[in-house]
Design a protein around this ligand. Structure first.
Ligand code: MF3
Ligand code: CO
Length: 249
């Protein structure tokens, strides 16, 4: 399978999907406070996506039961919204959402603090966000996929954090997951050359401790093996002759 190149027109459609997805995240952000359940967030998102005329991309994907992934504390990714999972002061929560608008996908994740959190968790979130921003700057024509991967790994490991191996970013377009896989670890100068028209969902998943994860009995929720907290940020990014364009902000 080749890496699909999008036309400028297709990128504009993906930007429309991305803008819409940003509105969903923006509706969730002010709600995040102690006492809210992850199912409350799901309900807000489902309403907002419908109101904006899009389709929730995750729901039904390989049987996934919700529009959001809500991953709290040591949950790395794919936490399932649950009315009994009530947010507490000091938690961190990664909210991941994907939408489809007129056949094109957008995918984005943000990690939020619930009230006051420990400094180490603030640092984990800041470094993960900074690693995504750095990875986006690597999205230039003539670069290589490995430059993106290596930049995330270098920045996060330099701070002593664990870079998750078992889940990776991905190409995105008329499908949520296209070629290529976009790991958060790798080597500069390696991998496919980056070309104008490629669109990537870049999503560092970074643990405060070791990189190892395991999937719980529910078949979805991935947690850190050592119980350390994990952060996740994701943007959908188009590579163009004019440089990287973030479609989800
Ligand atoms: N952003 C994640 C991904 O790209 C979310 C997928 S959740 C799923 O894989 F439920 F849809 F699998
Ligand atoms: Co994704």
């Amino acid at each position: 399978m080749a890496i699909l190149i999008k036309t400028p027109r297709e990128i504009e459609k993906m930007r429309d999907a991305g803008r819409l997805l940003r509105k969903v995240h923006d509706a969730l952000t002010p709600m995040i406070q102690p006492g809210l359940s992850t199912m409350d967030l799901e309900e807000i998102a489902v309403k907002k996506i419908a109101e904006l005329g899009a389709i929730a991309a995750f729901k039904g994907y390989h049987g996934y039961p919700a529009a959001l992934c809500t991953s709290v504390n040591d949950e790395v990714v794919h936490g399932i919204p649950n009315p009994r999972r009530v947010l507490l002061e000091g938690d961190i929560i990664a909210i991941d959402c994907g939408v489809v608008l007129e056949d094109y996908y957008a995918d984005a994740a943000v990690t939020h603090a619930v009230g006051k959190i420990k400094p180490i968790h603030r640092k984990l979130m800041d470094v993960t966000k900074a690693a995504l921003d750095q990875a986006i700057r690597e999205c230039v024509v003539g670069g290589r996929l490995g430059d993106i991967s290596a930049s995330v790994q270098e920045m996060c490991e330099a701070e002593g954090f664990g870079v998750v191996r078992e889940f990776v970013g991905h190409g995105i377009g008329k499908a949520m997951h296209e070629e290529p896989q976009v790991p958060n670890y790798g080597q500069r100068g390696k991998g496919p050359k980056l070309k104008a028209g490629m669109v990537l969902a870049i999503e560092p998943m970074i643990n405060a401790g070791g990189f190892e994860v395991k999937v719980l009995q529910d078949g979805w929720t991935a947690v850190t093996l050592d119980g350390s907290y994990s952060a996740h940020f994701e943007h959908t990014v188009a590579i163009t002759e004019d440089g990287p364009q973030v479609l989800t902000n």
